[in-house]
Design a protein around this ligand. Structure first.
Ligand code: ADP
Ligand code: MG
Length: 485
């Protein structure tokens, strides 16, 4: 942040709802169909058609509102927002203006140890527009209207955000919630979750907000951070050079990490909003809201608190494991399969998931739902550590074999002969041999070099291919070697 300046940031997030059909028609919302195969006459506003609200989309919007402690409007109204753009052939978008379905919510965002509350002004329902296609056309653009009529909620934050890092933390939290709720697939590359960033700057100590710009469609968390940081610096440079900020829409260019002016920004009155005469006002009664509430899953913060409590995990471990719902489900299935009795084993499971499994999946570029090793298989591995069939170290080898598709832990342990040697007699025999093979080290140890104990432990482990039980090796070696010096 440039010295003496403060940024004011508000985010608008468009989130595609995962309904099967569109917001006002029965056309499919599936992604990737051939262009215009899913462009229904209703979504294009052809003469004589009548839109009908998709109940499921409304339920999802209400679920979102409930999960950010917002008010659900008893009556909300759809309005026409007029503008011209090739991907909107009917000349208006059906949106909500004066009476949105969700208002006055908030999200508590964590930044290190601190928590900051970001207000959510409103979330309104609207239809998505189509898409212009530029690739494969010469001297022209194509229009694909498959996306037209896909249900969206636009989530508008209060201008409470002050830094690019806060903006990213807010967005990640929002993303996590809508994906947990199952109302959005969260795919940022495909545009299911997209963000416009409103940014202005002011001198530290000033009350009044500066003029804002709106940077469009920054389609990754990293780009949001970069785009906002760049926009802050650009505005400060302009103002310090004696210039003024134009209220405008800007476009982020990922290649250069800069933003450039796209068009001067419309004011609300330019859109000629009016209630859509084809759609009745929508009444959300208590029964409908209760239905939405009943379908809310456990939210990430609650799940995290429960994981800490129930499994005795640190806040860090619980945060990682509840980061994604499928990961949390994987972990719980594993704990359930492995033991359930003691907190210690739940902690061991957490270590294996966080360090080993997530590490290996990351390396392979896989998500938890694509894991080649299942939760019961992971449980089978941890069970062999806790019953001392194998040591933690050998378990790493078994895990690698599991990742490579060699089967369950038990099968791998048998096939590779990895069973831990716990029999005192067998270990003692190996110790005798090791002492006999290393007379110099033995003499030095007896001469007072106590730290050579480690050398002998190493030799015994080597002789057993790492399979001797380490506790037994230590105990028996101390007995056999006797006191040093
Ligand atoms: P528009 O339709 O013009 O984009 P919205 O009300 O939908 O307006 O969104 C405005 C967004 O801009 C909100 O997120 C709000 O918090 C933010 N905002 C408003 N004023 C400022 C400002 N001066 N600086 C930064 N952000 C602002
Ligand atoms: Mg807006």
């Amino acid at each position: 942040m440039p010295e003496g300046w403060e940024a004011v940031i508000g985010l608008e997030v468009h989130c595609q709802l995962s309904t099967r059909s569109k917001i006002f028609s029965g056309a499919s919302t599936a992604y990737g169909a051939s262009p215009n195969a899913q462009a229904s006459a209703i979504d294009l506003g052809m003469p004589g058609v009548l839109p009908v609200l998709n109940r499921e989309a409304l339920r999802m919007a209400v679920m979102f509102g409930l999960s950010v402690d917002a008010d659900i409007a008893p009556v909300c109204v759809f309005a026409r927002k007029h503008y011209f753009y090739p991907d909107l052939p009917k000349g208006y978008q059906i949106s909500q203006y004066e009476l949105p379905v969700v208002a006055n919510g908030h999200l508590d965002v964590e930044l290190g140890e601190a928590t900051k509350r970001i207000g959510i002004t409103r979330a309104h329902m609207e239809e998505d527009a189509g898409k212009s296609l530029h690739e494969g056309f010469v001297g022209a653009s194509g229009i694909d209207l498959n996306r037209a009529g896909t249900p969206l909620i636009e989530i508008v934050s209060e201008p409470d955000i002050r830094t690019p890092a806060e903006a990213v933390a807010y967005l990640k939290k929002l993303h996590q919630i809508v994906v947990y709720l199952g109302i959005c697939d969260g795919n940022m590359q495909e545009g299911s979750f997209r963000c416009d960033a409103n940014v202005s700057v002011r001198r530290v100590g000033t009350e009044q907000f500066g003029t804002r710009t709106e940077t469009k469609n920054v389609n990754s968390f990293r780009y949001v951070e970069k785009a906002i940081a760049h926009e802050i610096n650009r505005q400060v440079d302009v103002l310090e050079g004696g210039g003024s900020i134009q209220q405008e829409t800007r476009l982020f260019d990922p290649g250069s990490g800069t933003t450039r002016a796209m068009r001067s920004k419309e004011d609300a009155h330019d859109y000629r909003y009016f209630p859509d005469p084809d759609l009745l006002p929508v009444h959300c009664d208590a029964a409908f809201i209760d239905e939405a509430r009943a379908s809310l899953p456990e939210l990430p913060v609650d799940k995290r608190a429960r994981f800490q409590e129930q499994y005795g995990l640190s806040k860090y471990d619980a945060t990682v494991l509840t980061g994604e719902k499928p990961l949390a489900d994987f972990y719980e299935a594993m704990v359930e399969a492995v033991v359930k009795q003691s907190g210690a084993e739940a902690k061991l499971c957490a270590n294996w998931v966080i360090t080993d499994l997530l590490g290996a999946l990351n390396k392979a570029g896989l998500g938890i739902t694509e894991s080649p090793v299942s939760a019961p298989q992971m449980a089978g591995l941890v069970a062999r550590i806790t019953d001392e069939t194998i040591s933690g170290k050998i378990a790493k080898e078994v895990f690698e074999a599991m990742m490579a598709g060699e089967g369950d832990a038990d099968a791998i342990i048998e096939a590779r002969g990895l069973r831990q040697i716990t029999d005192d007699g067998a270990i003692a025999g190996i110790i005798d041999q090791v002492i006999a093979d290393n007379p110099n080290q033995y003499a030095q140890y007896k001469g007072g070099k106590e730290k050579l104990l480690g050398f002998f432990v190493g030799q015994v482990m080597k002789a057993t291919g790492g399979k001797a039980n380490p506790d037994a090796v230590n105990r028996l070696l101390k007995e056999k070697l006797g006191p040093a010096g």
